[in-house]
Design a protein around this ligand. Structure first.
Ligand code: GTP
Ligand code: MG
Ligand code: NA
Length: 344
């Protein structure tokens, strides 16, 4: 979008963690949506993607009266499943992101897939923020809707504050056992130098949400300009192959870099060989809406990364989720690209 003075792509933030820690609910809380309640069994089974324009994030951090200048057009947030059977999707999600939010349930501490997610993030050297979620479950919690966590904590009784500190200390210890130093974000003078920040949150009453968003923004602005500069290396991953009424077979993709245009010739890996086709329609859900949920779409002539996109083109029926999408440029040899596509 034109107002982006630095011409950087939007960073991608992946949400990870154990099943039912509140990953999707946190996103619902920020989006003002109800995606989680529509999930079969309340379990996320696909990678999701939501685009948050910088303006919406600024609005949501107003409470903190801080400079929430994003320096990027927005933020693309990727939701991942926490259920143990979706390790491949967590791995795929973590492979796409620039930064992550690791969600931990304050009542449960570190669990199996928390540790699995942590190891994926360590492996790729990805920085992350810990959302210590469900603080509203502390016995006697007084709801302070959308308040900063500092303000909300001041409103709590001595008992609640005591239980909070006890559980927080326990979680910090559990991270330490995994070789990770953590600290409450507003006490962390060492962020980025080895100590990871914890933001207590509630996805139900939204305490700590302004803090979480502001930290994401500040962290991105401070550390990522180089990483977010546009380059010519196409990075685009197919999440899902879906039939959409009125459109036929479409693919949902995460575009990490470059610009895609309607009419671009693309190559994707297919079950019966490489598929060469051209983009008939470039669609996105509206901002603040989830790509994996059926809804109405915006049509685009071109789309700049990073974005979650639905692509319609002929012959996509046999495309394979998890593989890369390639763009055939004016100087490219289609045969080379077909070969590259089939190596996925
Ligand atoms: P998977 O994607 O299946 O791994 O789960 P998830 O981490 O996305 O958790 P989800 O958003 O599905 O939330 C699980 C349940 O916890 C739902 O019933 C939510 O309403 C509830 N929940 C999530 N966050 C909170 C919270 O902050 N407070 C309370 N009280 N309940 C929460
Ligand atoms: Mg979920
Ligand atoms: Na769930």
């Amino acid at each position: 979008s034109g107002q982006c003075e630095y011409n950087l792509r939007s960073p991608i933030c992946c949400i990870m963690g154990h099943v039912d820690t509140g990953k999707t609910k946190l996103l619902d809380c920020i989006r003002g949506t109800n995606v989680q309640e529509g999930e079969a069994g309340g379990i996320t089974q696909q990678i999701g993607a939501t685009y948050f324009p910088a303006e919406n994030i600024r609005e949501r951090t107003k409470e903190l009266k801080a400079d929430a200048n994003l320096k990027v057009p927005g933020l693309l947030v990727i939701d991942t499943p926490g259920h143990e059977s979706f390790t491949n999707l967590r791995s795929r999600g973590s492979g796409l992101c620039d930064i992550a939010i690791l969600v931990v349930d304050i009542m449960h501490g570190l669990e199996r897939q928390t540790i699995e997610s942590l190891n994926l993030l360590k492996m790729r050297n990805t920085n992350f923020i810990i959302a210590l979620n469900r603080v509203d479950r502390l016995y006697g919690w007084k709801v302070c809707h959308n308040a900063s966590i500092v303000k909300a904590m001041k409103q709590q009784s001595k008992d609640v504050q005591f239980e909070f500190r006890t559980r927080l200390t326990q979680v910090i210890t559990e991270f330490k056992e995994q070789g990770i130093n953590t600290e409450l974000y507003y006490k962390n003078k060492d962020m980025g130098k080895g100590t990871f920040s914890i933001v207590p949150t509630s996805a139900i009453s939204a305490e700590g949400i302004p803090d979480l968003l502001l930290l994401l923004v500040q962290w991105t602005a401070k550390t990522m300009s180089e990483r977010l500069t546009y380059n010519n290396i196409v990075q685009c991953t197919i999440l899902e192959v879906k039939v959409v009424e009125g459109l036929g077979t479409t693919i949902d993709v995460i575009l990490v870099n470059v610009v895609l245009h309607e009419g671009d010739q693309i190559v994707v890996c297919g079950m019966q060989g490489p598929i060469v086709t051209s983009i008939r329609a470039l669609l996105t859900p509206f901002p603040m809406k989830e790509l994996r949920v059926k809804g109405s779409y915006e049509h685009h002539k071109e789309i700049k990364a990073s974005q979650g996109i639905k692509i319609n083109a002929q012959g996509l029926e046999h495309a394979i989720a998890g593989t890369s999408l390639y763009i055939v440029g004016p100087d490219d040899d289609v045969e080379d690209i077909k070969e590259a596509a089939m190596e996925d």
